[in-house]
Ligand binder design. Structure first.
Ligand SMILES: CC(=O)SCCNC(=O)CCNC(=O)[C@H](O)C(C)(C)COP(=O)(O)OP(=O)(O)OC[C@H]1O[C@@H](n2cnc3c(N)ncnc32)[C@H](O)[C@@H]1OP(=O)(O)O
Ligand SMILES: O=C([O-])CC(=O)C(=O)O
Length: 444
């Protein structure tokens, strides 16, 4: 069968090629990008601002990046955590969902609402997770989100307040689903002991994740703080990133929120988007295996060149963790994670590895500039895996943690679009094929 499909496919390629010139001729915005690489405007948002370049008299100039949630610089939010030593992800969720910082009472109530929703429905764990182990946890998480549809008395209600409630329920449940599906996977497929801890409603989301992952349920305050920072940094990224846009595109048909979130998870899984955190881990492991962390910059350059020439790693030609659709000189999230990573690396005696990552990035950025003439930077996915590794979080979970954080952004953009845009998203494609007669089968 495979051979026949291959031959049909080859014949179809001969007959159906689309000349690249036609894209220019009809001003098609490939990847929804303008000529200068900036994104085509597809919406308005008050949720977050991703600033990666300057525009002067319509011309684009590279710049250092910044990220704002509801007008507040994310760097300032992280600084608050450092000074006040408290978990911030839940506060950021409130900010992203409702558009303002909660006062003490509102925050207390919101945290209570979240933790009241931590528990999975009765027998859910046994029936849907333990009973159906899966090797790919992103795919499994999509299934779990769709499964929650069946536990909702009114799943197709898409009113904004209902969407908010369903969204908060997902936000609260995804962390335990993520951890339980992981525990189930390693038990069934990697033959490890099975650890299923109950959720502790007094824990923050970062603490919940760590406690459910650890055999003994223990973690340090510092570990939870660093995971909390990572969740904050991944919580939202404007309406243009692929998974957020996917969720809005799906919802614009009027379908249920579970379908939209499952679709967004599928988008985030891709290695050009959130799946890059896992792809970075594989890329760096291969590179270290090949040349060791003590390799010279010249040896690193050879590896980078081989990656770009599609002769190393997955042969995609992409250096994972490098480059961004908006950021040019820097991604602020990557800078914050790099600093945290260095702190952890010093504590854990892994500085040489951290420095290998840093040198690898420097050489990659330089090589991409030499080849393509563009300035790129490390993105949020470059150091996150190394941070997680130092927190003893297994690589199976890297992209799932991204989901646990980004769900709030998806829900907020979903609601914003329902409120203010509310039109089915339906762009156009130009037909560039010919016109043909229908031939009877015996005449072909
Ligand atoms: C959470 C996140 O989603 S962050 C992004 C995570 N993704 C990755 O780390 C994967 C590696 N990076 C990439 O694939 C890209 O940089 C993306 C997908 C993030 C952005 O893509 P684009 O916006 O299309 O990048 P941009 O317009 O700057 O690309 C210009 C050129 O540089 C190339 N380029 C950009 N980044 C890289 C990279 N990391 N490795 C190799 N080539 C690259 C592009 O392929 C493109 O080449 P072309 O002109 O020959 O087609
Ligand atoms: O904005 C993007 O295209 C990708 C990204 O960094 C994110 O979604 O966090």
């Amino acid at each position: 069968m495979e051979n026949r499909i291959q031959s049909f496919f080859e014949k179809s390629l001969e007959e159906n090629q689309i000349d690249n010139e036609l894209y220019k001729k009809y001003s098609v915005k490939k990847g929804l990008r303008n000529e200068d690489g900036t994104g085509v405007l597809v919406g308005l948002t008050k949720i977050s601002d991703v600033v990666g370049y300057k525009k002067v008299d319509g011309e684009k100039f590279d710049d250092y990046g910044s990220l704002y949630y509801r007008g507040i610089n994310v760097k300032d939010i992280i600084e608050a955590q450092r000074q006040e030593k408290r978990y911030l992800f839940e506060e950021v969720c409130f900010l992203i969902l409702f558009g303002y910082l909660p006062n003490e009472q509102e925050f207390k109530e919101f945290k209570q609402i979240l933790s009241d929703n931590y528990e999975l429905p009765p027998h859910y764990l046994e029936g849907n997770i333990l009973g159906f182990p899966a090797k790919n946890l992103m795919n499994k998480l999509q299934q779990e989100v769709l499964m929650l549809y069946s536990y909702d008395d009114n799943p197709d209600n898409t009113e904004t307040r209902e969407t908010l409630e369903k969204g908060i329920n997902l936000l609260a449940k995804i962390p335990s689903i993520v951890c339980y599906t992981y525990q189930t996977k390693v038990h069934y497929f990697d033959e490890q002991s099975l650890f299923i801890h109950h959720v502790n409603q007094d824990y923050s989301i970062a603490e919940t994740i760590l406690s459910l992952l650890r055999d003994d349920g223990n973690f340090s305050e510092k570990e939870a703080e660093i995971l909390d920072i990572s969740l904050v940094l991944h919580a939202d990224h404007g309406g243009g990133n692929n998974s957020t846009f996917t969720n809005v595109v799906i919802s614009s048909t009027g379908t249920d929120i579970y379908s939209a979130v499952a679709g967004a998870i599928g988008s985030l899984k891709g290695p050009r988007h959130g799946g890059a955190n896992l792809a970075v881990k594989k890329q760096m492991e291969l590179a270290i295996n090949e040349i060791s962390t003590q390799a010279s910059d010249e040896q690193i350059r050879t590896i980078i060149q081989r990656i770009l020439d599609k002769d190393f790693n997955d042969k995609s030609g992409l250096i994972y963790g490098i480059g961004h659709a908006v950021y040019t000189l820097s991604d602020p999230r990557s800078e914050i994670l790099a600093a945290k990573c260095k702190e952890l690396a010093m504590e854990k005696n892994r500085l040489e590895e951290f420095e290998f990552y840093t040198r690898f990035a420097m050489v990659a950025i330089d090589e991409i500039y030499t080849r393509k003439g563009i300035r790129v930077c490390t993105n949020v996915d470059f150091y996150s895996g190394l941070v997680y590794d130092m927190l003893d979080i297994p690589s199976d979970l890297y992209t799932l943690l991204f989901v646990a954080a980004r769900t709030v952004g998806w829900i907020a953009h979903n609601i914003e679009n329902k409120l203010y845009s509310n039109r089915i998203i339906r762009p156009a494609t130009k037909y560039v094929g010919g016109i043909d007669e229908y031939e009877n089968i015996e005449d072909r």
